[in-house]
Design a protein around this ligand. Structure first.
Ligand code: 5GP
Length: 362
């Protein structure tokens, strides 16, 4: 199958500010360069660099946040990121982002998220279904992959949002994010993510907010095991989140606990290799988890920062692990079960995949 673009896909681990087009980042950096806020040539050098370690990635995120933190830009990047995923046939996208305060721009965590929602509302190129009440078809799908309207074939993408807690945040700030997520549930917010530099912050700091999120019925996913820290990995697995991301630095005992818990793992191949969290693709834990039939889902992490796409991640898995077309299709379809969406959406997604089988010649 050419590049796996025609395969319907589910994306469950994508960070908004990590998924910005390079062209947009460069344009934004040049504007700030012209205003004398930063030296745009320095930024260009950092943005265009291909391989970077995990600590270098977090430096890049700080830089990205300098160029993206105003409402208009947040709206623009949200729009572009969703359009890019839809263009490669992602039919369900769980997009995560850290709500940010920026007093100089009059930005609160809430207004940041409103800017994200405005981005979703502003998309014309595809039908975006981000809330049952958004006025677009959530019930009737005439042609499951693309809806036809006025003779034009339109793509359709379901989008749900996860609010990220940054590991630099305090318990109170994390709690504020969870509270905001609860208030924005009818705007498509379905869960909470814990992310940010894994060597910063303590698990105990975030635990009260994560517990509260769960008590209130939000789903939780955790960045787990990006660096060796067995005490934290064990505590995270004991928390029984609905999913974890990465799971790179687990020890024997952690693998046992993970496998018996059946917690689905969000696998980000290119991200793990580029950041050297995993030495090479042939020793990636995908193989062990896949052979053990452990729930897993291929994801991009940061399409912009790691110059990848979801289709590319599927191509890499097919080529590196010898998966045939049917196995790749099944891998993509299984991801529906690990999404934080409600049963109605999952039912629609199953139909989309099932009707794609014939078109894909499987
Ligand atoms: P944002 O939340 O600002 O939309 O997306 C960028 C942020 O996501 C980064 O600042 C960081 O907190 C988080 N992030 C992106 N990629 C990774 C990753 O690979 N690991 C971790 N731990 N956090 C990440």
């Amino acid at each position: 199958m050419e590049g796996w673009i025609s395969l319907p896909k589910i994306e469950l681990h994508a960070h908004l500010n990590g998924s910005i087009r390079n062209s947009t980042l460069l344009e934004l950096a040049r504007v700030l360069g012209d205003e004398g806020v930063l030296v745009s040539a320095d930024v260009e050098h950092v943005i265009m660099k291909d391989d970077r370690s995990l600590p270098e990635c977090f430096k890049l995120f700080d830089l990205i946040h300098v160029v993206t933190t105003d409402h208009e830009t947040v709206t623009r990047i949200t729009k572009e990121v969703v359009e890019d995923f839809a263009a490669e046939n992602t039919v369900y996208l769980e997009l995560r982002t850290t709500p940010k305060k920026n007093e100089s721009k009059g930005m609160s965590k809430r207004s940041y998220m409103e800017a994200v929602i405005n981005g979703l509302r502003g998309i014309d190129a595809v039908d975006v279904v981000f809330t049952p009440a958004c006025g677009r078809t959530e019930i009737s799908i005439s042609s499951p992959i693309n809806d036809s309207c006025n003779g034009l074939t339109r793509r359709k993408i379901y989008v749900r949002l996860l609010l990220s807690i940054d590991r630099r945040e305090t318990t109170a700030a994390a709690m504020e994010t969870v509270q905001l997520a609860l208030e924005m549930r009818d705007l498509g917010v379905v869960g909470i993510d814990l992310s940010g530099n894994p060597v910063v912050g303590e698990w105990e700091t975030f635990l009260p907010a994560l517990k509260f999120a769960r008590e209130q019925g939000l789903s939780v996913t955790l960045h787990c095991g990006e660096v060796p820290n067995q005490k934290e990995i064990q505590a995270m697995l004991d928390f029984l989140p609905q999913r974890i991301g990465h799971a790179c630095c687990l020890e024997e005992e952690d693998w046992r606990k993970l496998k018996s818990s059946k917690i689905p793992v969000e696998i980000c191949l290119t991200s793990n290799i580029r950041t050297e969290t995993i030495g090479s693709i042939d020793i990636h834990h995908f193989v062990d988890l896949y052979n053990a039939k452990h729930p897993l889902v291929l994801c991009t992490d940061d399409t912009g920062v790691f110059s990848t796409s979801l289709s590319r991640e599927y191509s890499i898995a097919a080529a590196s692990f010898g998966l045939d077309n049917r196995e790749i299709f099944q891998l993509a379809r299984d991801a529906i079960e690990y999404a934080f969406a409600d049963d109605g959406v999952k039912e629609d997604l199953r139909e989309i995949f099932d009707s794609a089988v014939k078109k894909l010649g499987l």
